[in-house]
Design a protein around this ligand. Structure first.
Ligand code: PLP
Length: 388
C-alpha cells in the first residue's frame, strides 16, 4: 500500500510507540496518586507538557491536554466567556470541529459570522477588520485548511485581534509539526493541536491557552489539567504525544524539505502528464505536504475507490467528517462549481513516503483517470486528449 492520506492521520513513529509502552505495562499508576507509581506517571505527563510546549514556543503551564483537535476546538468555543449580544467570528472553511459548535452557539443566540474566502481559500485580513464589533468575544480562524492546504495570514489576523484586545484562536491541527509555529511571536491566544496528525497516537491533543486568559471548563470532576479538563489522564498517550512533538521539533526543517520535495514532484508530474487537471488552494501559501487537485470529468469518490484497488490510499479531503456524501463546504466557499467539486482529490504526503511511491502513484492515476473519463457524462465537453 502507498499511504497518501497523511492529513487524515499518520503512521505512529516507532520511537513514539516505544516511549508509550512502559506506561501501558509496568508504569500504570494514577498521576494523582501520592505513591511512587503516581509520582512517576505525573512526572511523565509534565515532561510531555514541556515537549508539547516547546514545539510551539509556549510555556508548559499554557498547555492543557485534551482528547484531540475536536475537543480543543470545542473547549474554546464552549468555554469562552460570553457577554450580552456576543459575536464570534470564524471562517466559512473551518473544520466541522469548529463549525458544529458554532452552529450550537448560534442556536443559543450567539451571533456567529463566517468570513468568506477567495478562490485560493484565503481569508482577507481586511474582511476580518470590517466584521469586528464591540461585541466580538472571539475570533477563530484555522491555521491551515485540511482539504486544500491553504495557510492563512495568521500573523496579520492575530495582530488585528491583538490591537482590538479580542481573543484569537486558531485550529492549527494540520499545521503543527509541518510549519514552524511560535505562539508568542504570532500573538496567538488559543491554539488547538492533535497528536495523530504528527505521528503520535490518536485520541490525544492539546489546547494552548495564553497565560492570563480564562476558559470555563467544559468537563467537571476531579480537577485534573488545572481544573480545565477533569478525568484521569491517558498517560501512555500523553507520553507518546510529547515524544511525537519532540521528534517533530528536532526534525522540522528536514521533514518539511522531504515532504515538500515529494509534493512538488507529484504536482509537477500530475499537471504535466494528465490533461484537464488543476491544483487547488494557494500555490505558495500552502502546507508542504498537501496536493489537492480537480480532475474534470471524473468523480473523486470513484477515483479513490480505484486508487485503493491499485494500493493507494487517498481522500477527497474531508475524511474526518463521518458524512462523506456532503459536497465540500470548503470548495463551495472557494467558488467551485459542482463539477469541480465532484472531481477533487487530496493527496497528502508524510515523512515515511518516498519518490518511488510518487512515481507509482502518478502512473496509476494516469491510467485510472483515463479509464474513468471514458465513462464520463461530461466526455463531450472537454478535450481529454492524453498528452502521453
Ligand atoms: N481540525 C482540523 C483542521 C482537522 O483537520 C481535524 C481532523 O482532521 C480536526 C480539527 C479534528 O482533530 P481530531 O481528529 O484530533 O479530533
Amino acid at each position: 500500500m502507498i499511504y497518501l492520506d497523511n492529513a487524515a492521520s499518520t503512521q505512529i513513529h516507532e520511537e513514539v510507540l516505544n516511549s508509550m509502552l512502559p506506561y501501558l505495562k509496568e508504569q500504570y499508576g494514577n498521576p494523582s496518586s501520592i505513591h511512587r507509581y503516581g509520582r512517576l506517571a505525573h512526572k511523565a505527563i509534565e515532561k510531555a507538557r514541556k515537549q508539547i510546549a516547546s514545539l510551539i514556543n509556549a510555556n508548559p503551564s499554557e498547555i492543557f491536554i485534551t482528547s484531540g483537535g475536536t475537543e480543543s476546538n470545542n473547549t474554546v468555543l464552549k468555554g469562552i466567556k460570553l457577554k450580552n449580544n456576543s459575536q464570534i467570528i470564524t471562517s466559512s472553511i473551518e473544520h466541522d470541529a469548529i463549525l458544529e459548535p458554532c452552529k450550537k452557539l448560534s442556536e443559543n443566540g450567539v451571533d456567529v459570522d463566517y468570513l468568506p474566502v477567495d478562490q485560493f481559500g484565503s481569508v482577507t485580513p481586511l474582511e476580518l477588520k470590517n466584521h469586528l464589533s464591540e461585541n466580538t468575544c472571539l475570533v477563530s480562524i484555522m491555521y491551515a485548511n485540511n482539504e486544500v492546504g491553504t495557510i492563512q495570514r495568521i500573523s496579520e489576523i492575530a495582530k488585528i485581534c491583538n490591537d482590538e484586545k479580542i481573543p484569537f484562536h486558531t485550529d492549527a491541527v494540520q499545521a503543527v509539526g509541518k510549519v514552524p509555529i511560535d505562539v508568542k511571536e504570532l500573538g496567538i491566544d488559543f491554539l488547538s493541536i492533535s497528536s495523530h496528525k504528527l505521528y503520535g497516537p490518536k485520541g490525544i491533543g492539546a489546547l494552548y491557552i495564553k497565560n492570563g486568559l480564562e476558559i470555563n471548563p467544559v468537563i467537571l470532576g476531579g480537577g485534573q489539567e488545572s481544573g480545565l479538563r477533569s478525568g484521569t489522564e491517558n498517560v501512555a498517550n500523553i507520553v507518546g504525544f510529547g515524544k511525537a512533538c519532540e521528534i517533530a521539533k528536532n526534525n522540522l526543517a528536514e521533514n518539511t524539505t522531504h515532504v515538500k520535495k515529494l509534493r512538488d514532484l507529484l504536482v509537477e508530474k500530475v499537471l504535466s502528464e494528465i490533461p484537464e487537471v488543476t491544483l487547488n488552494g494557494d500555490p505558495q501559501l500552502r502546507l508542504p505536504n498537501n496536493a489537492h487537485f480537480t480532475f474534470l470529468g471524473v468523480n473523486g469518490e470513484d477515483l479513490i475507490i480505484k486508487l485503493d484497488e491499485y494500493g493507494i490510499a487517498a481522500s477527497t479531503g474531508s475524511a474526518c467528517s463521518v458524512n462523506t456524501q456532503r459536497a465540500s463546504h470548503v470548495l463551495q466557499a472557494m467558488g467551485f462549481s459542482h463539477e469541480q467539486i465532484t472531481g477533487s482529490l487530496r493527496l497528502t504526503m508524510g515523512i515515511f513516503n518516498n519518490e518511488h511511491e510518487i512515481d507509482q502513484t502518478v502512473t496509476s492515476l494516469k491510467k485510472i483517470v483515463e479509464e474513468l473519463r471514458s465513462f464520463s457524462p461530461f466526455k463531450e465537453k472537454y478535450s481529454f486528449v492524453s498528452k502521453v
